[in-house]
Design a protein around this ligand. Structure first.
Ligand code: FEO
Length: 169
């Protein structure tokens, strides 16, 4: 495997783990706010992010590449308002999309077709996650200002169930 691509994938493992840690912070914020549905939504999201990291670990292992676990940074989001996690979440997903694209670009340059194929799933996943984050902001803008509709939105988000990733290695 191309060394630069392997290094970037190793770094991406840490970014996915940080994403998980960040979303656990968001989940905890909503727990403190008494919004169990929002808590659930981000708890599931945090689990999915850890799956992303572990898929990259497995991929490197399957290709006989060394996996390096670095320290995961403290989540830095400053959460003062119920909209703050949603906006920080969308901004973070856009950042991660850029990072995945950068790994993809390196794989493309190195003609590492196997890694490009592996990353295709992540490219699609990022599109879905940006849309989900953006939809959540729109719903909160529409319904978050009134207690009854906020309660219903919270109930909707409580229904999200964790599912193992569709990508199997
Ligand atoms: Fe795995 Fe949403 O980045």
């Amino acid at each position: 495997m191309d060394k630069k691509v392997a290094k970037l994938l190793n770094e991406q493992i840490n970014k996915e783990m940080y994403s998980s840690y960040l979303y656990f912070q968001f989940a905890n914020y909503y727990h403190e706010e008494g919004l169990d549905g929002f808590y659930n939504w981000y708890y599931v999201q945090a689990q999915e992010e850890m799956d992303h990291a572990l898929l990259m670990v497995k991929y490197l292992q399957n290709n006989d590449e060394k996996v390096v676990f670095e320290a995961v940074a403290k989540p830095e989001a400053d959460l003062k308002d119920r909209m703050d996690p949603l906006k920080a979440g969308l901004a973070h997903e856009k950042y991660i999309t850029g990072e995945i694209n950068a790994v993809y670009a390196a794989a493309y340059e190195a003609k590492d077709f196997r890694t490009m194929q592996f990353l295709d799933w992540f490219v699609k996943e990022q599109g879905e996650e940006e849309k989900n984050s953006s939809d959540l902001i729109k719903k909160m803008e529409l319904f978050g200002g009134e207690a009854k509709s906020l309660y219903m939105l919270d109930s909707e988000l409580k229904a999200r169930v964790y599912a193992a990733p569709s990508l199997v290695l």
